[in-house]
Design a protein around this ligand. Structure first.
Ligand code: FAD
Length: 475
């Protein structure tokens, strides 16, 4: 195909210019390309922090396009209606996009594709968000993987496409269709915490993500295996927020990891494994979408979780006021930065679901509201793994003790001091910034006394194991 009929490039979680198969294919058609983002019900249903972060991502992406003589067209409404309107306004004969994998996006995209095709429009979806399409990775018996290690072994023999360069140019149409204004969408509205406090912690856009990957593989990756568990260290890539919005591709991260491994950098193999954990989460979501909403192991339905999100112990957990330092430090890191160290995520999830015996869905929802790197598949897998109800999960009887964990992973208390101001004579700026971020009605102050534990590690562990061993709940 070539000529003047444009291709619509429907963007969703692929806000990058390089290693973007759908964009490269569109530019390769030799006709104008019109990049479009649609605020449909699905995008609009994002919770506070991911929606705010999406707004920042769209702004940065539009700026990157403008620097190349293109721009982002914004429309609000049902995806199919908006695309049809744009087809009729621009004379476009093709619509390209990068695939998504959560069940709601899949249902929408299948409907859009068949309706556009019926209309004679070339509707094509491309890979890019994942390295391994979930249906292409199979066990020897043709099933899907429910345990990580065999999947890791299986995918290491598969070649991952090397990253594609940015297209030489993004041909612009003679006339641009009308666009809505990003500001009118008020994507920041749900952030009833100080967005200006969170903003300096955001690594925004493709260029920043590429820089970080470069720095990390140059300096950080060698010690990644040793340092990645210590939240006081800057020991991980920090790329999850960029991967979540597609500001960088997993393929690029993978090849950077491979090069580092070839160069003999010890932690590279562990980094590659973590990238495959992300793929594993998507693999599970594709094959068992119920992982997003139900206990993956249904016998957990009988477990006596507390399901009240307004319960005072849930509030204490959300506010970082459980009286358990590791938990509270991590919950405050989340509130101030929109991110949380992986060790922290495991500890706070274990404490909520085991010591406090609250349903993992309460934690899943809070993370979906507060994380700027929110990812449907990784979040669901992480929560069900921590609770014990998921595939390849930590056994219920292995209850993390947040106090001994602190001793192992924050021996110098650098992490705790960074995030907890109460009781410190000279609290750090980051610890104080928590009080600028929280809503006023929480009524908390840095001069408050640090609380006594809501549930001590010993009592929480005993209660959880007791419930686990209860005859009514057997697995
Ligand atoms: P690095 O250590 O540098 O790892 C590189 C990349 O590998 C990450 O960016 C991420 O894409 C992937 N990765 C690493 N660990 C995991 C993991 N355990 N599962 C899946 N992918 C992984 N990750 C999200 O991206 N979004 C979420 O919403 C999310 N929710 C989680 C909830 C819980 C309860 C738990 C236990 C984990 C969750 N994770 C989530 C996984 C993990 O904590 C983050 O991916 C990681 O902390 C991101 O930091 P990083 O980019 O520095 O990771």
């Amino acid at each position: 195909m070539s000529g003047t009929s444009p291709v619509l490039l429907w963007l969703r979680r692929d806000l990058r210019l390089s290693d973007h198969p759908a964009l490269s294919a569109a530019c390769g058609e030799g006709c104008p390309v019109i990049p479009v983002f649609i605020l449909d019900d699905l995008a609009d249903s994002l919770k506070a922090a991911p929606k705010w972060r999406l707004g920042l991502g769209l702004q940065a992406y539009d700026a990157a396009l403008k620097a190349r003589g293109s721009r982002l067209i914004l429309r609000r409404g049902q995806a199919l209606d908006c695309l049809r309107d744009l087809v009729s306004e621009t004379g476009a004969t093709a619509v390209y996009w990068s695939r998504l994998y959560d069940p709601e996006s899949v249902a929408r995209d299948v409907g859009v594709k068949s309706a556009l095709k019926e209309q004679g429009i070339r509707a094509r979806s491309f890979g890019g968000h994942l390295m391994f399409e979930p249906w292409t990775v199979q066990t020897r018996t043709g099933g899907f993987y429910k345990v990580f290690t065999p999947m890791w072994k299986a995918v290491t023999s598969i070649d991952v496409d090397p990253p594609m360069p940015e297209p030489g140019s993004i041909p612009a149409p003679e006339n641009w269709p009308a666009s809505e204004n990003l500001g009118d969408w008020e994507l920041q509205m749900g952030m009833n915490r100080g967005a200006e406090v969170v903003r300096p912690h955001v690594r925004l856009g493709e260029a920043a993500a590429l820089d970080r990957l470069g720095d990390f593989t140059e300096d950080g990756i060698a010690e990644y295996r040793e340092k990645r568990d210590f939240p006081a260290e800057d020991g991980t890539s920090g790329l999850s927020e960029n991967l979540s919005l597609g500001e960088i591709s997993p393929h690029r991260c993978w090849h950077a990891g491979l090069r580092a491994r070839q160069d003999g950098k010890a932690g590279a193999e562990t980094f590659l494994k973590e990238l495959v954990w992300r793929e594993f989460a998507y693999h599970l979501m594709h094959h068992t979408p119920r992982i997003l909403t139900e206990n993956w192991k249904p016998d957990w339905d009988a477990f006596p979780w507390c399901t009240d999100p307004e319960d005072p112990k849930v509030l204490a957990w959300k506010q970082g006021r459980t009286g358990i330092e590791f938990v509270d430090a991590a919950m405050r890191e989340l509130y101030v930065t929109g991110r949380m160290h992986n060790r922290g995520r495991m500890i706070v999830a274990s404490y909520l679901t085991k010591h406090l015996m609250c349903h993992w869905k309460i934690g899943l929802d809070w993370f979906a509201d507060t994380l700027i790197d929110w990812d449907p598949a990784s979040n669901a897998m992480g929560w069900q793994w921590s609770a014990g109800s998921g595939p390849d999960a930590t056994p219920y009887f292995r209850v993390f003790n947040p106090v001994t964990q602190l001793d192992r992973f924050d021996r110098g208390c650098g992490y705790v001091r960074r995030w907890i101001a109460e009781g410190q004579s000279d609290p750090s700026e980051t610890a104080l910034s928590y009080f600028d971020a929280i809503p006023r009605h929480w009524g908390l102050s840095a001069s408050d006394a640090y609380p006594e534990p809501v549930v001590t590690p010993e009592d929480g562990r005993a209660a959880a194991l007791n419930a686990y061993e209860n005859r009514d709940f057997q697995r």
